[in-house]
Design a protein around this ligand. Structure first.
Ligand code: PLP
Length: 356
């Protein structure tokens, strides 16, 4: 907050009321001159990711429909952020939560969920996203638990239509929004925001990004259904990528819906190293501390910005906080010990020297 900022502090009755209304922040140094590139920073949600929206939406829709009964256990397959959001919502509302998660996702994600009181069941990395999903379905059927089904649940996309999209449009009341750029995991953000943009801001081009090594949409190979409801066959175009939360090894129902309804104007593929590089650049040059998929989305937005006319307005989604990646390649070259420069600085004045 700068000195001349308006005070807009609010009192909330519980943590769940703080979900959403995330800020749109201009990218100043990384964007080409003359192009207005804004980032919607979902790290401002209470548990630090866009998935807090989905978690609240899915639980409240299930409470309303009666699919979730008081005290019933909630179960979901998640690469982490949904689980963390659900763990917060279930803790606040008093539901036990069990999460299934492939062992390949970052350790801090598991620990956070357990810290919030959830149980985390790890599944083999080799069985990928579709394996952890199958496990969650089995557990729900066996124990009569409520399965969130984030990849198909309309409450996921509806939440983005009710909150994320109007929040973006509220920032463009007197000028055009030319491009909106997002990745996809469940596709909730993509379907929910894009359909509102189509209706209320038809000039806005919707750009979906996916990993270069998992270019599922770009392959135009249709997704095959799995053996049972809410499961999928592993897509042949998938190979592992560093953008946790983006593109599982299948095209979810919500993502398929967005594509089938022609809500996506263009699909861009993003190389993993580019995602890591731009996540770091956001931190170092803009002071914006976000995760790998955020760097990837920015890469897509910069591709658009490169050839955009001066005055073009672009919004990209930055899905989560960088703190979730301390044990991942994002922090691979960040040392815990002092480097030569730091040692020289330490030696440049007499007091408080290590090993003195
Ligand atoms: C870090 C991260 N980025 C992007 C996404 C994609 O969001 P959505 O599930 O709405 O497609 C997710 C969620 O899966 C995520 O956790």
């Amino acid at each position: 907050m700068s000195n001349d900022a308006e005070i807009s502090a609010k009192k909330y009755q519980n943590i769940l009321q703080t979900i959403g209304n995330t800020p749109l922040v201009k990218i100043n140094k990384l964007a080409p001159e003359g192009v207005n590139l804004y980032a919607k920073i979902e790290a401002f949600n209470p548990m630090g990711s866009v998935k807090d929206r989905l978690a609240l939406a899915v639980i409240e829709a299930a409470e309303k429909s009666g699919a979730l009964q008081p005290g019933q256990t909630v179960v979901e397959a998640t690469s982490g952020n949904t689980g963390i959001g659900l763990a917060m919502v279930c803790a606040q509302k008093g539901y036990p939560l069990v999460v299934t998660m492939a062992e390949s996702f970052s350790v801090e994600r598991r620990k956070m969920m357990r810290f919030l009181g959830a149980k985390v069941v790890l599944t083999p990395a080799a069985e990928k996203g579709s394996g952890m999903l199958k496990k969650a379905v089995e557990l729900a059927e066996t124990h009569d638990w409520f399965l969130c089904r984030q990849f198909e649940n309309e409450a996921n996309a509806d939440m983005h239509s009710r909150t994320t999209a109007p929040e973006i449009l509220a920032c463009f009341t007197d000028e055009n929004l030319d491009y909106w750029v997002s990745g996809y995991g469940t596709g909730g953000t993509l379907k929910g925001v894009a359909r509102v943009l189509r209706e209320k801001s038809p000039q806005t081009k919707v750009i979906a990004c996916e990993p270069e090594s998992a270019a599922l949409l770009s392959s135009h190979i249709p997704q095959e259904a799995g053996e049972s409801e809410s499961t999928y066959k592993s897509h042949g175009s998938f190979s592992p990528h560093p953008m946790q939360g983006w593109t599982p090894d299948f095209i979810s129902q919500l993502t398929q819906d967005a594509v089938a309804s022609e809500l996506v104007d263009e699909v861009l593929t993003i190389p993993g190293p580019e995602a890591l590089r731009l996540s770091r650049q956001l931190a170092v040059e803009e002071g914006i501390f976000v995760g790998i998929s955020a760097g990837a989305t920015l890469a897509g937005a910069l591709k658009i910005a490169e050839s955009a006319a001066p005055g073009t307005n672009i919004v990209c989604m930055l899905p989560d906080t960088g703190e979730r990646y301390l044990s991942t390649p994002l922090f691979g070259d960040i040392a815990a010990e002092m480097d030569d420069d730091e040692q020289a600085l330490a030696a440049s004045t007499p007091s408080a020297q290590l090993g003195a």
